[in-house]
Design a binder for this molecule. Structure first.
Ligand code: NAD
Length: 492
């Protein structure tokens, strides 16, 4: 008798009720999916930029036509408000359309100077898709986040096998199903479901590149697994994003945006504000504005709360431990506190004067909590912002010094007088440094991430002297040395 495939359930985080059952794809299933994607790869490349653009724009259009269906599903699997899901899905469709429209231009062949010694050569660099891209996604933005890899990889001419988070498998399956409706043939974009082990199988399945978005802890395991097969990786990991409020900031706007950045989606945003450094001279005014901005913000089920529950129940413990540790080590709660963690919701928490070495300042909290620490000046704010193992995004509030401050921050993205704005601009790269990962999605860099450079150097005519032959003479040797000295190494 054949054994039945193992399955797992996805849940509605508000009640914990099971809302869907999905297969746990095995190593063999994943290998088959990658093999199918590899077979489809040649045809997808052969379709050319125009053909792929047509398919991807049709998919982007379909996502928007079905936005109600898509966002109802996102809301059910994550517990977030439908309105947040709509924003996320619209941004994802926008990125998809941008990648579709710009891949050709970004990947065009570039002509390089061959240099004086190689003047008889023409030198060009072509961009080729890597082949099959594996994408592993998180649950917090189940369409926007993985689409940052999926859209850009597909537009570059790759086929894709996607393993969504076990908390949001339905969204992954829905994406693959809608893509199939516009696809000219099958296996261009496939979805495999399962737990971490299915992700591990994808890392071991000899894909040509693995794009991972998730926690830093898992990213390290993913990178180590991929290293065994020399599979290159893009790692989009966690953050501890700082906000700097300078003396010349628009205080009210900075506070409103920081409350939204730290609390929306229940604080489950990789680029959400987690710590604020406010210059002493405006600290009292800023703290008062934060208290004003937070006073009507409440969690609740979709349709009721400004944000939903903790999608992943085990995060509640981490949030509570950070709050408790911050308070034990000398911080003060000025709004909410340790009792604000009420399974499945966490009410807003604002902490002040929290020691820099406490867990709440060092590690990603991923809850609707925000810490405000006072600093003497902007220089101190910059030093403290950079004193983190993470380096994903940052936000700077200053009317006159924004660019100067931004240039000194060790992170991948900075929003000046705005928050999270960089994620919505499709033409700019997204990604971090340090423990926040490496590689880039979005923008031209995000397309190039899923390609490799192929150099072509062609002899346009033959020179009377030859260096790459056993017939090379002593005279040729002298000439190359003389030329090198004369040009002072300027070959390019
Ligand atoms: P996670 O690391 O727990 O899981 C991410 C994915 O990895 C899931 O699909 C999971 O099944 C898979 N996985 C687990 N073990 C694996 C293994 N051994 N090999 C391969 N895959 C494995 O992360 P999460 O809880 O889903 O997401 C939250 C985290 O993601 C936060 O840290 C957040 O900051 C980060 N995040 C980062 C970005 C970004 O762009 N930088 C965006 C969104 C979320």
């Amino acid at each position: 008798m054949p054994t039945r495939a193992k399955t797992f359930d996805s849940h509605y985080p508000v009640t914990g009720d099971a809302i869907g059952t999905f297969p746990i794809h095995t190593d063999a299933d994943v290998r088959v999916a990658v093999a199918q994607a590899r077979i489809a790869s040649d045809k997808w490349v052969a379709l050319g930029f125009r053909g792929r653009k047509k398919v991807l724009l049709a998919w982007s259009k379909l996502l928007m036509e079905r936005i109600e269906e898509c966002t109802a599903l996102i809301s059910m699997e994550t517990g977030k408000p439908v309105s947040d899901a709509k924003l996320e899905a619209s941004l994802a469709a926008g990125h998809l359309a941008w990648a579709a429209r710009h891949a050709q231009e970004v990947m065009r062949t570039s002509h390089r100077s061959p240099g004086a010694v190689m003047a008889n050569m023409s030198a060009t660099v072509e961009r080729s898709p890597v082949g099959v891209v594996g994408v592993i996604g998180p649950w917090n933005y189940p369409i926007f986040t993985p689409m940052g890899s999926i859209a850009y990889a597909l537009a570059a001419g790759n086929t894709v096998v996607f393993k969504p988070s076990e908390f949001t498998p339905g969204v992954g399956v829905w994406l693959a199903r809608t893509f199939a409706e516009v696809a000219p043939f099958s296996n261009i974009f496939l979805c495999v479901t399962g737990l971490g082990d299915t992700g591990r199988a994808l890392c071991e399945a000899h894909v040509d590149k693995l794009a991972f978005t998730g926690s830093t802890k898992t990213a390290m395991v993913v990178a180590a697994t991929c290293a065994k097969t020399m599979t290159p990786v893009v790692l989009e990991c966690g953050g501890k994003d700082p906000v700097i409020v300078a003396h010349d900031a628009d205080i009210k706007r900075a506070a409103e945006n920081s409350i939204w950045s730290s609390m929306s989606n229940g604080g489950q945003t990789c680029i959400g504000a987690e710590r604020i450094y406010v210059v002493e001279s405006v600290a009292d005014e800023f703290i008062a504005a934060m208290l004003d901005a937070v006073k009507n913000i409440k969690p609740g089920e979709p349709g009721v709360g400004n944000y939903g529950p903790a999608t992943m129940p085990k995060q509640l413990e981490i949030i509570q431990s950070h709050i408790k540790d911050a308070l034990k080590s000398g911080g003060r709660a000025i709004y909410g506190g340790a009792k604000s963690v009420k399974d499945p919701y966490v009410e807003p928490v604002i902490l002040v004067d929290v020691p820099e070495d406490s867990m709440a300042m060092q590690d990603e909290t991923f809850g609707p909590t925000i810490i405000i620490n006072r600093v003497k000046n902007v220089d101190e704010a910059i030093i403290l912002s950079n004193a983190s193992r993470y380096g994903l995004g940052a936000s700077v509030w200053s009317k006159r010094q924004g660019k100067k401050i931004a240039a000194q921050l060790h992170c991948g993205m900075v929003a000046i007088n705005s928050t999270i704005s960089f994620a919505a601009v499709a033409s700019v790269p997204f990604g971090g440094v340090k423990d926040s990962g490496y590689g880039r999605i979005h923008g031209p860099e995000g397309i190039l991430e899923f390609t490799y450079a192929r150099t072509i150097v062609r002899a346009r005519f033959q020179l009377p002297i030859t260096f790459t032959s056993f017939k090379r003479t002593a005279g040729n040797d002298k000439l190359i040395i003389k030329l090198t000295r004369l040009l002072n190494g300027r070959f390019g």
